[in-house]
Structures are given as structure tokens and as C-alpha cells.
Design a protein around this ligand. Structure first.
Ligand code: IPM
Ligand code: MG
Length: 350
């Protein structure tokens, strides 16, 4: 029997709560499936560690993580640490260091859930986010700190290689979806260097995919398409920051940020990929037992898919959908269920 070794990094806030639930449900699923096992190794890498010991991770963290088949990640962020420190202390070094360049963010209105849009049921999107460069490259600096002449730069970096591989990934994914439609999100009208390269390379790659229909929308305009004409979109490829913003909109339009999953993929499988709910540490509801574990369960399904357990992944999704159809909802979805109630319902539905 195949045993997958999973590194669990619950991190901060509700990340700690939902990863525990995710492990429970995954264990239950593996037991019922009978064809594979999961071995979780926990890591206490998070803001508490940082505050006590001055670092989010030990030295050479990637050497440690590289032995695992996948990383199951909760959230990072604490009211006691500036966000840019926590993010660059834990999550981004893993995404960049493991070349997890394809960030996949599906959005769908699950059964029983009401979208704030009247046409909400037409939402069936996958946003593909470039995940290692662009606006999040980390390139830039500050000079004359604290002086009146202080200057800060934040340089977006678009490399031909980085742009090409994310577009290729997006076309491959779009090709496998029923509608075979890929929307290029851009801002090349105003951002005349990086975004122009972004567009050019998209159309070069498109030549290899004559069966995928494409269109091109400016990032501001696509927000209106998402809201007013959701059915006109299918697969969407966008830069790191653009997709960050669009994916929150997508999550809200699908009913709640509490259900939105994501996969940080290293498609070549040179390094492990990382799977996480999008919602973040949510300190306002930490410790209350009301965090929605659905995003983590959906994330777990994506992890199983990546590991090659497609049958188990589908089983997880259908259990989730049975539970949402019965409206076992935490408060973010308008219900009164607690985290543990949703977990129990999903485990039973498996
Ligand atoms: C996300 C999050 C992160 C991001 C935050 C926590 C920095 O919003 O995964 O979408 O912007 O990448
Ligand atoms: Mg975000």
C-alpha cells in the first residue's frame, strides 16, 4: 500500500483549527478507501515560534520539507507580527524556493450555498495565479529610511520563462475543462513592459492550443464580467497580484471565503507542492470553534488529486457537496454549525 508523507504546517490562527480537522477527515478517507495511507508530520512553524525564537522556520527548511510528498498548510499571519514579516518568513519562501509557480484556485457555488449574485450558479471558474514572480517578486528596496527623502521601490518582475510556463500550465488545464476557454487577464494598457510581455507570450503559447478558445480582459474590466456575466468565464490566468485580488472576489461570489481552496503546484514535481485554504489566519474568530473547515477539505481533495488519488479526491468532493446541500453551515455561510459539526458531517458522508 502506498503511504504518502505529508508535512503539516498549521501555522497561525484558525489555520491550526482547520488543519486538525483536515487531517481527521483525510485519515478517515484513507481508512475507507483502503488503497493508500497518509502519514502526517507536524511542524510548529508559525508566529508563536517567531516571537519566541526569532524565526518562523529553522535553518534550511526546504531541506527538511523536500522529503515529503506534499505540504498541508493552514495560514500565516498574527496581530503581533507585521504581515510582510510573517509572509516572507514562512509562506513565500516555500512557494518560491520550491518553484510552486502554478497557484490553482477553483471557484464554484457548492450545492445548498447561496451566492450573493442572482446568477451565482453559473460560477464555475478556475483562476490560475502566477505564484513565484510578478508583483510578489520581492524585488525592490528602501533608501534614506525615515528621512524626508525616503524612497521605496517595488519592482514587478516578469521573466519570459516564468510567463511562458504559467500560460502553458493554464492552457493545459483549460484544455481539460469542458468549455475549453481561457481568459487572459492583463493590464498592458497601463503597465507597458511586464504586462506587454505577459500578453505577447500568451499568444505565442496559444498557437499550440488551437482547441482552446481565448479572450483577453483588463483586470478592472474582468471584475465586472465576474459579477455581471459569470457564465462567460471559465479558466482565467492572471499575474500574482491580479489573481490574488480576483480570487477573493471569486470566493465571495461563491458564497464565502471559508470554502475557497488553493494548490501551490510545482508541476514538474521536482519539489513538493503545497495545499492551503485561501482564508488566512482570521484572528477575529480564532479559538471560537466556528472556522469553516470546508476550504481545507476542498484543499485536501486537491492534494489527493495531485498525489494521484483521483478516486479519493472525488469522494471527498462529493462528501463536501452532500454536507453543503444539507446546509450544515458555519456562521460565515449564515449557519450555526461549529467547525466540529461540519467535520463530523463530512466524515459521515464519506
Ligand atoms: C492569498 C493571501 C496571501 C497573498 C496573503 C496572506 C499575503 O491573500 O493567498 O491570496 O496575497 O498571497
Ligand atoms: Mg489573497
Amino acid at each position: 500500500m502506498k503511504t504518502y508523507r505529508i508535512a503539516s504546517i498549521p501555522g497561525d490562527g484558525i489555520g491550526i483549527e482547520v488543519i486538525a480537522e483536515g487531517e481527521k477527515v483525510l485519515r478517515e478517507l484513507a481508512r475507507k478507501d483502503g488503497g493508500f495511507a497518509l502519514e502526517f508530520t507536524p511542524f510548529d512553524w508559525g508566529s508563536e515560534r517567531f516571537l519566541k525564537r526569532g524565526a518562523y522556520m529553522p535553518e534550511a527548511p526546504l531541506e527538511i520539507l523536500k522529503k515529503f510528498d506534499a505540504i498541508f498548510f493552514g495560514a500565516v499571519g498574527s496581530p503581533d507580527v507585521p504581515d510582510h514579516i510573517s509572509l516572507w518568513g514562512l509562506r513565500l519562501p516555500i512557494c518560491q524556493g520550491f518553484d510552486q509557480y502554478a497557484n490553482v484556485r477553483p471557484a464554484r457555488v457548492l450545492p445548498g450555498i447561496t451566492s450573493p449574485l442572482t446568477k451565482g450558479n453559473e460560477i464555475d471558474w478556475v483562476i490560475i495565479r502566477e505564484n513565484t514572480e510578478g508583483e510578489y517578486s520581492g524585488s525592490g528596496g528602501r533608501v534614506h529610511k525615515g528621512l524626508p527623502d525616503e524612497v521605496a521601490t517595488e519592482t514587478s518582475v516578469f521573466t519570459r520563462k516564468g510567463v511562458e510556463r504559467i500560460h502553458r500550465f493554464a492552457f493545459e488545464l483549460a484544455k481539460k475543462r469542458p468549455r475549453r476557454h481561457l481568459t487572459l487577464v492583463t493590464k498592458s494598457n497601463a503597465q507597458r513592459h511586464g504586462m506587454v510581455l505577459w500578453d505577447e507570450v500568451f499568444y505565442e503559447v496559444a498557437k499550440n492550443y488551437p482547441d482552446v478558445r481565448t479572450d483577453r480582459q483588463l483586470v478592472d474590466a474582468v471584475t465586472t464580467s465576474m459579477t455581471l456575466k459569470p457564465s462567460t468565464l471559465d479558466t482565467i490566468v492572471a499575474s500574482n497580484l491580479h489573481a490574488d485580488i480576483l480570487s477573493d472576489l471569486a470566493a465571495a461570489l461563491s458564497g464565502s471565503l471559508g470554502i475557497a481552496p488553493t494548490a501551490n503546484l510545482n508541476p514538474e514535481r521536482t519539489f513538493p507542492s503545497m495545499f492551503e485554504p485561501i482564508h488566512g489566519s482570521a484572528f477575529d474568530i480564532t479559538g471560537k470553534g466556528i472556522a469553516n473547515p470546508i476550504a481545507t477539505f476542498w484543499t485536501a481533495s486537491m492534494m489527493l488529486e495531485h498525489l494521484g488519488e483521483a478516486k479519493a479526491a472525488a469522494r471527498m468532493m462529493s462528501a463536501i457537496e452532500k454536507v453543503t446541500a444539507r446546509k450544515v453551515f458555519t456562521p460565515d455561510l449564515g449557519g450555526t454549525a461549529r467547525t466540529g459539526d461540519v467535520t463530523a458531517a463530512v466524515a459521515a458522508a464519506l
